[in-house]
Design a protein around this ligand. Sequence first.
Ligand code: NDP
Length: 446
Amino acid sequence: MAYDFDLFVIGAGPGGIATARRAAQYGVKVAVAEFDRLGGTSVNRGCIPKKLMVYASRFASHVQEAAGYGWTFEPGKFDWATMIEAVNHEVTRLNGIYQSMIDQAEVALYQGHARLADFHTIDVAGQTVTAEKILIAVGGTPSKPNIPGIDLAITSDQIFSLPQQPKRMVILGGGYIGCEFACVLNALGTEVTQIIRRDNILRGFDQDIRTEVQDAMIRHGIRIVQDELVSLEKHDQGLRVNLKNNTMVLTDVVGLAALGRKPRLDHLGLENTRVEVENGAIVVDAHNQTAESNIYAVGDCTNRIKLTPVAINEGCTFADTHYGGERRVMSRDNIPSAVFTTPEVATVGLTETQAMEKYGEAAIKVYRTRFRPIYYTLPQLEEKTLMKLIVHVQTDKILGAHMVGDSAAEIIQGVAIAVKMGATKAGFDATVGIHPSSAEEFLTLR
Ligand code: NDP
């Protein structure tokens, strides 16, 4: 049977676009459907605008630090509306770049909500089209727990269009998004209370890293409260956040819910196919294939690691396999990630606990250093960097590298290449450092 397209991609986020472009490069006929702006969460409501806000938030401390180097500045003034406008302007520019990437790759774009009518047929933008293969890359949306008044809380989606900077903000959740926005808003002058339900933020990260960054965030002025959210209600002074231990926090109009994300599968027509869904996510095998053999899925709509570069890698692997004659499976070992808090967190490989569980305590050696980077000496600030390596004693291989401190993401990205290639501690020791830098400390751990 002849289909309208060889491949129909639902969702024009980083995963969907990467797949569509790679497939088109191999000469197949590809279409993409998107009901929103091009670029998905990452470009429009996630990684990119968030990182720009992280940069905006760090100027206040840079000014303070500059005094140690002899600079004096007039008291500065921050304008929230200007930042929001600039960030959104950049997002619009990126939407245009995504559009030209699609155009150049000669991928057809359907602007509308796509719904599967059956396993080869898609209803989109008032049309019905058919495709030999379908790739679902619809991403996710913030999830809100079923708590009275939770709709009074905004999510990370809305933070980028808040017309005014909140004077006070309660942030619910101690994950990536909660921690990043707690730091951004705190540094911009908002009074931030972050409510977490465990001892430490950033569950899943190395315990030393969690403690280090949490202590630094508290030192920088964030109030971290360990408690459980019971309800939210309106109050004559804004919003009242009621907590389990009979305490409450009054905040401005907003409380940011950053309590995880869920796949965006509503109205997708999955019931018209054999695609299986488990815990709200599409079930796929190592080849991104669903239970419907011609339908595949990548990125945050599947139950795997929710990171933009992972979605891109999954998509490219799919395209290479099906259209490039290169059957491969994406490697999921040693996927690095960063949390753009201040100070920054970045990590690759196993945490100390994971390594101990996997190999036993005697089989691993942990190297750790904590120091004040040279940059903070003249301003006389007690900002610290923590670095940690987990090494397998028998093979000398680096099992994990973790860092809290300035440029952690940039540094760990380089370390991640070495770890992925099987680097040993002896290899790190034999590498000549770049002096003076913080990164060189990874090479002198004893
Ligand atoms: P996370 O899963 O990272 O964190 C969710 C947080 O909410 C956790 O602290 C969790 O607590 C808490 N939580 C969940 N449910 C409740 C509840 N009912 N009551 C109280 N607390 C609750 O989700 P995020 O929304 O922060 O981010 C979603 C994903 O997006 C991340 O997992 C990450 O993959 C990705 N992301 C990546 C970024 C990056 O690479 N820099 C940046 C932003 C997002 P607990 O830990 O106790 O379960």
